[in-house]
Design a protein around this ligand. Structure first.
Ligand code: ATP
Ligand code: MG
Length: 309
């Protein structure tokens, strides 16, 4: 039972154990009408497990959620018609054409044939209707899988890494499409730059939501807690270790040939320069920079594995 003005998605202390391992650990948040929430986190953070519970595919161990007014624990079968779900390894039939895939999934959901045709048109897939899915570029496959998830006119949308493997232009097009739908949406991603497109971002790590806010507010609160400097490369050997040993330096991460240094607020540009000078490092190019979501994320989940970038 939800109050009348309840948000389209309300998650309350949602938890899932696999044996004694806690994959999703008492997470709570709302998604508002028309809002896109990005669930951003590394491998194993618990993103897919969260979406599966919200789709009624996996039973929560504790807590619950309401999706389009439906309580996921008690009415999972009623959820199916209210939600669109694009799973992480979404499966289209590769040896069927675009139209045949739409027909197959459309008939399964009892979507009228004229609606199936409309979807083909809206998705911009008319020109490739008779192409085998196997021959489509990955961006178009993702668009087709999205529209298959939308065919039955869901009230809420769940997308699990929908743009994995797509190039930046295809990703931008995909985001334009989901933005135009104006549906409450949860989208999971590994891509920090992609999460910047969302209305709000939930940073997830080891089953927990460690921060949740608009991309702008996440970055602002970073700057109200810490300073961020870029040291431009190429850099002399051993500089990372020296930086890490300076009092007030909290984190050092590589960005290409540069190093980005997170410090306590008390560490100024001049103080950092002085410290480096006193250690024999002169004529280095050091400047304050604005954080991106990547910096925000790594500030929460340091130490940073090199292969994560
Ligand atoms: N059926 C299962 N049985 C046991 N452990 C599981 C099961 N499903 C997931 N896990 C574990 O739960 C944790 C969270 O997995 P999940 O798939 O939700 O992560 P994710 O954030 O989606 O990761 P990725 O970015 O790789 O897709 C992982 O450690 C995973 O190994
Ligand atoms: Mg996943």
């Amino acid at each position: 039972m939800t109050p009348r003005a309840a948000p389209p998605i309300r998650v309350h202390e949602l938890t899932r154990y696999f044996g004694s391992f806690c994959a999703v650990d008492h997470i709570s948040f709302d998604v508002r009408p028309g809002e896109i929430l990005a669930l951003l986190g590394p491998n194993g953070a618990g993103k897919t497990t969260t979406l599966k519970m919200l789709c009624g595919l996996l039973r929560p161990s504790e807590g619950s959620a309401w999706v389009a007014g439906i309580e996921i624990r008690t009415q999972p079968q009623e959820l199916k018609h209210k939600i669109g779900y694009m799973s992480q390894l979404f499966s289209l039939y590769e040896d069927l054409t675009v139209l045949e895939n739409l027909r197959f999934f459309g008939d399964l959901y009892r979507v009228p044939r004229n609606r199936q045709e409309q979807v083909l048109e809206r998705a911009g897939l008319q020109p490739v209707r008779n192409e085998l899915v196997r021959n489509l570029p990955s961006g178009l496959r993702q668009i087709l899988a999205l529209w298959i998830a939308l065919m039955h006119d869901p009230e809420v949308l769940f997308l699990d890494e929908p743009t994995a493997g797509a190039d930046p232009q295809q990703r931008a097009e995909f985001w334009n499409t989901i933005r135009s739908l104006n549906l409450p949406t949860i989208v999971t991603t590994h891509y920090m730059t992609e999460a910047e497109n969302a209305d709000r971002v939930a940073l997830m790590n080891r089953g927990r939501i460690i921060a949740l806010d608009t991309p702008e507010s996440l970055k602002q609160s970073y700057l109200s807690s810490w300073n961020l400097f870029a040291l431009q490369g190429p850099l002399p050997q051993g500089i990372r270790e020296v930086l890490q040993g300076i009092p007030g330096v909290l984190g050092v991460i590589s960005f290409g040939r540069d190093l980005h240094v997170r410090t306590e607020k008390s560490v100024t540009l001049e103080a950092l320069q002085q410290r480096l000078l006193s250690r024999g490092f002169s004529s280095l190019h050091l400047k304050p920079i604005e954080p991106t979501l990547e910096h925000v994320f790594f500030a929460w989940v340091e130490p940073v594995p090199e292969e994560a970038r």
